[in-house]
Design a protein around this ligand. Structure first.
Ligand code: 13P
Length: 284
C-alpha cells in the first residue's frame, strides 16, 4: 500500500466506533515493530514522530523508512507529526511529503492558539495534509513539552466548538484527565466532558497520554467518540527493559542484530494489545 493521510482512517473510525492507534516511533526497529504488528492484526496504524524524534532520526529518513514499510504492508499506514509547535518545522516536513501533522499551540492563549493553527491549516490543506490541534493542556512530559501539576487545563466544550469552527482543523486533541507519561494513581477521566465535546464538535477526537490508562477507560472513551489513541511511554518501557535484561544475561554482547530482537518482541506484544484495545483489528 501507499503511505496515506490520517483523514480517511479517522473518518472511518468515527463512523464505525473504533479508534486508530497512533504509536510514537523512534528508529528503524520501532517502525518495523509497529508495522509488523499492524499487518498481523490487519489494523490501520499511525506512526507518530515528535520534534525530538525528527531531530534524532531526520524527517527524510523517517518518512522514507515508513514509506517503505507502507509499501510492504497490506494495511493503511500513516506518518504523523506529533506535538509540533513550530510552523517552519511543520512546513519543512510537509514539503518533504508528510501528509498528517499536529500543531500544538495549546500553551498559547485561546486566540493565539486559533491564529497559529489557522495558519498551519491554510498551508497544510493546500497540499491535502490533515491537521490535528489541541485545546486544553495535559499534565506530564512529552519530549521537551512539560506541563506541571496544577497547570493542566481540561477542554471546555463551547470553546472546542468555536476552536474547530475558526481553525478548520481535521481532528481535535482533547484534555479530559489523561497525562503524558505514567500515572501515580489511576487517572480520573471526565467522561461527561468528553460527551459534551462530542455533541458540539463534528471532527474526529484524539486521546493523548493513553499509556497507563486502564483498557476499560480507553474503551469507554472510544464509545464516547475518541477516534485516535496516542501511545508512547508504554512502548518505550518494554523495549528498553528487554535490552537491559539482554545485557544482564549477555554482558559481553555487542551485536545490535541480536540485542534488538528481544526489544522488538517485547514492544510488539504491547502494540498488539493496544490494537485490540482500540478495536482497530480487521479494519485495515
Ligand atoms: P503517553 O506517553 O502517555 O502514552 O502519551 C503519548 C502521547 O500522547 C503522544 O502524543
Amino acid at each position: 500500500m501507499f503511505l496515506v493521510s490520517t483523514r480517511q482512517m479517522l473518518i472511518d473510525a468515527q463512523k464505525n466506533n473504533y479508534a486508530v492507534p497512533a504509536f510514537n516511533i523512534h528508529n528503524l526497529e520501532t517502525i518495523q515493530t509497529v508495522i509488523d504488528a499492524a499487518n498481523e492484526m490487519k489494523s490501520p496504524v499511525i506512526l507518530a514522530a515528535t520534534p525530538g524524534t525528527v531531530k534524532f532520526a531526520g524527517s527524510e529518513y523517517l518518512k522514507e523508512i515508513i514509506r517503505i514499510g507502507a509499501k510492504l504492508s497490506n494495511v493503511p499506514v500513516a506518518f504523523h507529526l506529533d506535538h509540533h509547535e513550530k510552523f517552519d518545522e511543520i512546513k519543512a516536513s510537509i514539503d518533504l511529503g508528510c501528509k498528517s501533522v499536529m500543531i500544538d499551540a495549546s500553551k498559547h492563549s485561546f486566540n493565539d492558539n486559533i491564529k497559529l493553527v489557522r495558519e498551519v491549516v491554510d498551508y497544510a490543506h493546500r497540499y491535502d495534509v490533515t491537521v490535528e490541534a489541541e485545546l486544553g493542556k495535559l499534565v506530564g512530559q512529552e519530549d521537551d513539552l512539560i506541563v506541571r501539576e496544577g497547570a493542566s487545563e481540561l477542554t471546555d466544550p463551547a470553546m472546542a466548538r468555536e476552536f474547530v469552527q475558526k481553525t478548520g482543523i481535521d481532528s481535535l486533541a482533547v484534555a479530559i484527565g489523561t497525562a503524558h507519561g505514567l500515572y501515580k494513581s489511576e487517572p480520573k477521566l471526565d467522561y461527561d466532558r468528553l460527551s459534551e465535546i462530542r455533541k458540539v464538535v463534528d471532527v474526529p477526537l484524539v486521546l493523548h497520554g493513553a499509556s497507563g490508562v486502564p483498557k476499560q477507560s480507553v474503551k469507554k472513551c472510544i464509545e464516547l467518540g475518541i477516534c485516535k489513541v496516542n501511545i508512547a511511554t508504554e512502548l518505550k518501557i518494554p523495549y528498553a527493559n528487554a535490552i537491559k535484561e539482554y545485557f544482564i544475561e549477555n554482558p559481553d554482547a555487542n551485536d545490535p542484530r541480536k540485542y534488538f530482537i528481544p526489544a522488538k518482541e517485547a514492544m510488539k506484544k504491547i502494540v498488539i494489545d493496544k490494537i485490540l484495545m482500540c478495536q482497530s483489528n480487521n479494519r485495515g
